[in-house]
Design a protein around this ligand. Structure first.
Ligand code: CAA
Length: 388
């Protein structure tokens, strides 16, 4: 395959809760979150941000770098959909003023669906030279207040332009797949917060690393020595450390030779945002590209994508020479330096302020947002606004 990621952009909201504050409120040692989970802050979406505003905000800088008229496919991957019928991508399509000759749909399988979207987009663009696909992964991770999952909450979005002449990453054909019907994490239609069997979910994640690697190795004939870096789905950053140990075991490699150096550069953003479900893997990839001191041109990156339920995929790509000129590193750094810290009480107030489910019209107060905001609901319709 020659197609792949041409451009990549990350967005998260302007509010965060320090996990020290959460630890105090819950009466637990902050080291459990900092050292045990590897997390420091969680991004919090104000009531007027959602997966649509985050996805559009991630995509906006990319549309300034390509001809938006060339976009003929928009795939919106999410676990936190806002409508049972309408694709969230159609709201983004309007906010970004994309052409009407475009295929737009939403893709779902927990945190995995961004990877399915990326690979489907790449296959499609392979035979559409000169055209672009926009893949958006956008999610809000919510668990019950006081539950073990609470410190792993977060939110964020990644947008990627995918085409047949990528400037960042060329995808390779081989992939390792694993699908299995398990109840490790799920969210019934009547709940805003996910239900999770936490310890079991971590166990299934690791088994899926092993199964997908076995399949990938069989397909590609490659060993761990063929990789420069590995990016993992990041429910919290220490999960990647456990996964890397599992991968070494499965690949018959020594964890001392293929340890943290292969993953460390991908963890920084996630430790500051928390889980972004579909976006987490690609948030990690963007972080690695932005922060690696070594020039990664021509190196092979492995990706492990995991969606509870469960679906896993191990795949790989080769970083394109000159990729650094096309990164949004400064923009990403500005996002992190321009956030407002919440008190515990503000976090809980925001958490409890949901879109009313009674169908009444509703207008949200203005909070700090990016270029787009979710203004409210009128006649059962969500209203989105462009700022400024
Ligand atoms: N100092 C340092 N470390 C400490 C500590 C302290 N004072 N107290 C505890 N720890 C360590 C523990 O030893 C443990 O480390 P290990 O896992 O290496 O043993 C770690 O902190 C966490 O402690 P617990 O296991 O006791 O934590 P918990 O049971 O309260 O919650 C969790 C952990 C189950 C992962 C929970 O956060 C959770 O349910 N998260 C949501 C589900 C999830 O993220 N699953 C991941 C795989 S599924 C997936 O990837 C899909 C997805 O996106 C959700």
């Amino acid at each position: 395959m020659k197609a792949g990621i041409d451009l990549i952009s990350f967005y998260t909201t302007k509010y965060y809760l320090d996990l020290k504050t959460l630890a105090e409120a819950r009466g637990v040692d902050a080291d459990k979150f900092h050292i045990g989970l590897g997390q420091h802050r969680m991004s919090v979406p104000p009531p007027d941000e959602d997966i649509v505003t985050m996805g559009a905000s991630a995509a906006l800088p990319l549309m300034e770098r390509i001809d938006p008229e060339s976009v003929e496919l928009v795939l919106f991957a999410t676990e936190s959909g806002v409508d049972q019928s309408k694709a969230a991508g159609l709201f983004v399509h309007e906010l970004l003023q994309l052409p009407s000759r475009c295929r737009v749909l939403e893709v779902k399988e927990a945190c995995y669906s961004g990877t399915a979207a990326l690979r489907f987009a790449a296959s499609e663009m392979e035979r559409r030279p000169g055209r672009n696909a926009l893949v958006i992964c956008s999610d809000v991770a919510r668990y019950d207040l006081g539950s073990p999952g609470e410190p792993t909450q977060g939110c964020g979005a990644v947008a990627m332009v995918v085409n047949s002449t990528p400037r960042i990453l060329e995808l390779e054909d081989a992939c390792g797949l694993h699908a299995e019907d398990v109840m490790d994490f799920w969210r019934p239609n009547y709940r805003d917060e996910a239900l999770v069997d936490g310890k079991y979910s971590a166990k299934v994640y690791l088994t899926t690393v092993a199964r997908t690697w076995e399949h990938y190795a069989e397909e590609s004939g490659r060993s761990l020595a063929d990789f420069s870096r590995i990016c993992y789905h990041l429910p919290f950053t220490n999960m990647a450390r456990k996964a890397q140990v599992q991968l070494c075991r499965s690949a018959g490699a020594n964890a001392r030779d293929y340890g943290n150096a292969m993953i460390d550069e991908s963890l920084g953003y996630n430790s500051q945002t928390g889980n972004c479900y579909t976006a987490s893997l690609y948030e990690g990839f963007a972080c690695m590209l932005d922060t690696a001191e070594e020039d990664l041109s021509e190196s092979r990156i492995g990706f492990f994508s995991y969606g509870s339920g469960c679906m896993g995929e191990f795949f790989s790509g080769i970083v394109k020479p000159g990729y650094r000129q096309h990164l949004l590193t400064d923009r990403h750094a500005a996002l992190f330096s321009d956030r407002t810290e919440l008190s515990y009480q503000s976090y809980e107030d925001i958490f409890n302020l949901k879109v009313p489910a009674d169908g009444w019209d509703y207008v949200f107060a203005e909070y700090r947002t990016g270029p787009f905001r979710f203004g409210g609901v009128s006649g059962h319709k969500r209203i989105y606004e462009k700022m400024g």
